[in-house]
Ligand binder design. Structure first.
Ligand code: 5GP
Length: 190
């Protein structure tokens, strides 16, 4: 009886607490007038010229090279150019918004779902279940690139895997990127 109650309560908990990700359709609608949204969200005064694309928008558009590891219609994940550990990854919405709290709920939801998927790929590829998920919001909080992004920073016991030189070498980034891409393909296939 006690067990039965537990099962019922758990089911109820799962049902009522499962987040409902709004459909992506409204993200698509928002994504089309991206410069208009950006201007509004950043509260920039009206200018005759379009605002400059953020560093990460340029990277998303392929104007800046990056070790890209996962992409959806709405997000891109790529390795940080200055990694704090092997596998340090950034997950970025394609919608160019500076602050997390200003992202439309659809885009925030989709971003977190992708964040979790990429984290699973990193866990599989890097062989550690230890990692930090970090979002720096605002300059005082350490944000340098004003386009929302989550960091996934794997953590290892051995000091040489979390520190040391060479982590940002293009060869190392390429190797790590390939390992994570393969792990994600494996997860998607399975
Ligand atoms: P923030 O302090 O804004 O949260 O972090 C920005 C991150 O972007 C930093 O960790 C930095 O190393 C990374 N970053 C800056 N420029 C580039 C770039 O051109 N390519 C890549 N892959 N990462 C970058």
């Amino acid at each position: 009886m006690k067990n039965q109650m537990h099962v019922t309560a758990t089911r109820h908990f799962q049902r009522s607490s499962r987040p409902t990700c709004p459909s992506h359709q409204s993200v698509d609608l928002l994504w089309i007038p991206i410069t208009a949204v950006t201007r509004h969200v950043r509260r920039q005064p009206y200018r005759d010229t379009e605002p400059m694309a953020s560093l990460f928008t340029k990277l998303i558009n392929g104007e800046i090279p990056a070790e890209r590891i996962y992409e959806t219609d709405h997000e891109l994940a790529f390795l940080d150019i200055n990694p704090k550990s092997r596998g340090h990854t950034l997950v970025v919405p394609k919608l160019e918004v500076a602050s997390f709290h200003e992202l439309p709920p659809d885009a925030a939801c989709s971003l977190v779902v992708t964040l979790q998927k990429v984290a699973a790929g990193i866990v599989r590829a890097m062989g550690t279940t230890h990692y930090n998920v970090v979002l720096n919001n605002g300059a005082i909080a350490g944000q340098i690139v004003f386009h929302v992004h989550f960091h996934i920073i794997p953590r290892y016991e051995e000091a040489d895997r979390s520190r040391g030189r060479g982590l940002g070498d293009s060869e190392t980034l390429e190797t790590v990127g390939e390992e994570i891409r393969r792990a994600l393909e494996h997860l998607e296939a399975g």
